[in-house]
Design a protein around this ligand. Structure first.
Ligand code: MN
Length: 414
């Protein structure tokens, strides 16, 4: 197992040598730039490139001095791979150029501030977990109509809002909006009483597709740079009143939060696994052989303002019915193009087991079965002062790869 002879990386570190995720960070004295996480450190890619160390790979300094990864992603997979190979080599070899430069080019993560890693163009939110769609459908429409007739024939999605996607550690105010109170005839304008999280993963698009030209399921991975954790905040009461006939709008677009480190697809390939069997067999343009899912363990914790942090959900990305390949094929089948920096969120990830649901709506069954917290309090939805933290990791034999966290505190409505 490759380790570093000169850098101490603990066995359970999210940021092992197998990971090498990309982010954008700043320090007290220097503006945002590109970095790669390793152990408790960040490799300052701009500082390394500034010493000519990526010159021969034809990776210009500007792409790492930029405040987003878009320019680096535009260079294409061959160059991403070359940089990754070089970093693996440098971290695992004694006396490597990176070891020699460690004083200037390694920054402690605790001394850095993280920024949105990508200038996000378009954001699409899927609805790809059969368990989640069944649970929500049962609550909104009754058990008989839980899955609508199109659900098993295509990955359902809607176009979201990119402007309100924020980085982990950004506090969010409880949204206000139109709500139809129970048994009322006219709506009220009020702060949401059913603020919720959605545990999702999002793919970052790293390669443009051409307008008018569908991407096949077999080509889909060519367009993926990597994945982040994604918390798609939702106001269930606003959503419920507005969603007919055109779907989600203000109940969804006030905020979504992402984790700062983009784990490259290359790092996740060892964790590809089979997805659930699909019945009925999808139309040919959606077919994708296994393995098409990723085995990534996920957790959500809730910490009340004056209470202890407690894990409230444990699930796995591998449960998703529709895979990212199928989502990309469906998204582009009509000729719609994807662009570098687009974000495709998976939809809420829920499992079958109790406690494996990826939203409070499901965990508390719309407030009918509030969660009993260790500190003696109850939670049906997210309250002011609560901090929601999502983490994720993949582990196999000695390989451990983590996503870090996406953590958000909810503040009272303004
Ligand atoms: Mn969502």
């Amino acid at each position: 197992m490759p380790q570093s002879p000169w850098l101490n990386i603990t066995d359970n570190s999210d940021f092992s040598i197998y990971n090498l995720p990309y982010g954008v960070f700043s320090t007290a004295t220097r503006r945002p730039r590109v970095g790669v996480a390793i152990g408790e450190y960040i490799i300052d890619m701009a500082a390394v490139a500034g010493r000519g160390k990526f010159h021969d790979l034809k990776v210009p300094l500007e792409v790492f001095e930029a405040s987003s990864l878009n320019a680096f992603m535009h260079l294409g997979r061959a160059r991403w791979k070359a940089v990754r190979q070089r970093l693996i080599q440098w971290v695992s070899q004694e006396n490597s150029p990176l070891e020699q430069l460690k004083g200037e080019c390694l920054i402690r993560q605790s001394e850095a501030r993280m920024h949105l890693p990508v200038q996000i163009g378009d954001y699409t939110d899927f609805y790809a977990s059969e368990e989640h769609a069944t649970n929500v459908g049962t609550m909104f429409r009754g058990k008989e109509n839980a899955l609508v007739s199109n659900w098993k024939h295509m990955p359902i999605a809607y176009h979201g809002r990119a402007s309100s996607i924020v980085i982990s550690a950004t506090d969010i105010h409880r949204p206000k909006g139109q709500i139809m109170p129970k048994d009322a005839e006219t709506p009220a304008f009020a702060a949401s009483q059913k603020l919720d999280f959605e545990l999702e993963m999002a793919a970052v698009i790293g390669k443009d597709s051409e307008l008018g030209h569908p991407v096949l399921t077999e080509e889909a991975e060519d367009h993926i740079f990597g994945f982040v954790l994604f918390n798609d905040w939702s106001a269930r009461d606003i959503q419920r009143w507005e969603y007919v006939p055109l779907g989600p709008f203000l109940g969804k677009n006030f905020a979504s939060s992402i984790s700062p480190w983009i784990v490259p697809l290359e790092a996740l390939q060892a964790f590809q696994t089979d997805g659930p069997e699909q019945h009925p067999v999808p139309l040919p343009y959606l077919q994708k052989n296994n393995p098409r899912n990723f085995d990534i363990q996920l957790e959500v914790s809730l910490q009340p303002e004056q209470g202890e942090k407690q894990i409230i959900s444990r699930t796995n990305f591998k449960h998703m019915y529709w895979s990212i390949h199928q989502q990309i094929a469906h998204h582009t089948v009509n000729g719609c193009n994807l662009r570098v920096g687009d974000l495709l969120a998976s939809g809420t990830i829920s499992g079958k087991a109790t406690g494996s649901q990826g939203s409070m709506l499901e965990l508390s069954w719309n407030g009918e079965q509030p969660l009993q917290m260790n500190s003696g309090i109850h939670r049906s939805f997210v309250e002011d002062g609560d901090t929601i933290c999502m983490t994720g990791f993949a582990r196999k034999e000695n390989i451990h790869i983590g996503f870090g966290e996406v953590k958000t505190k909810i503040l009272p409505a303004l």
